[in-house]
Design a binder for this molecule. Sequence first.
Ligand SMILES: [Zn+2]
Length: 288
Amino acid sequence: MSNVFAQRRQKLLSLKALRGTSPAPAHTEETCPACGGVVRRRDLVIARYVCPLCGHHYPIGAYYRLSLVLDKGTFRELDGNLTSNDPLSFPGYREKLEQARHRTGMNEGVVTATGRIGGQKVAVGALDNRFFMGSMSAALGEKVTRLVEFAEKYKLPLILFSASGGARMQEGILSLMQMAKTSAALERFSQKGGLFISVLTHPTTGGVTASFASLGDIMLAEPGALIGSAGPRVIEQTIGEKLPEGFQRAEYLLEHGFLDAIVPRTHLRDTLIRLLRLHGKGGSDRGK
Ligand SMILES: [Zn+2]
């Protein structure tokens, strides 16, 4: 019963998100966590959740994220009912899953879909860090793998927006093996000549960074995004050295060749349209 309720709620949230509106009230104010400035929620919504004072990019949900880049009315979700089922009977996990589903209206930490961007058909996915920090469960890995295989089958460009805390600890080795599974699917996709654009958003860490998120033919990131495998504290303790300023931030990674570009959220859709056209990736139904 509660699952039916969650599905209805998910539909409602996705409809709101795809209309480009936010479910949050527009009249409240918010303190920006980056600059400490007080920003009206209405202004944040208009600015797509980028602080108008300092440019801080707030984390956003997967449905809203996809609504910002897809052509209106083209979103078609794939595998929306695929969900984790507590394979290790980990204490408390089932209850936490139920809470996360109820709170977010989602069944998993990634939304996968087809749609169009600037008229070009794409396979697209977005991780959502409101659902278990976007951590990689067996279901999340399966959804990403199916999306890659879908893109391969229909010769579509693939775009993935990552936002993740890493592995889903409650699923142990089944979580970790998704790194190999998603990477293998991407390798097959790459060998067939598929285009994969990976967009890293704040924060993208752990097993997701160490697998599919880092395998893009084109690597983009939002400004200020924290991107890394192990966290800075773990690295400092391991190597016994202080890390440089801005380590693991998008700007540092761009400077050191890990990224191709940092793209502000407001320019992301136009950038993707340009990249898709540049690579002539209209997919199997190009021109229709
Ligand atoms: Zn700010």
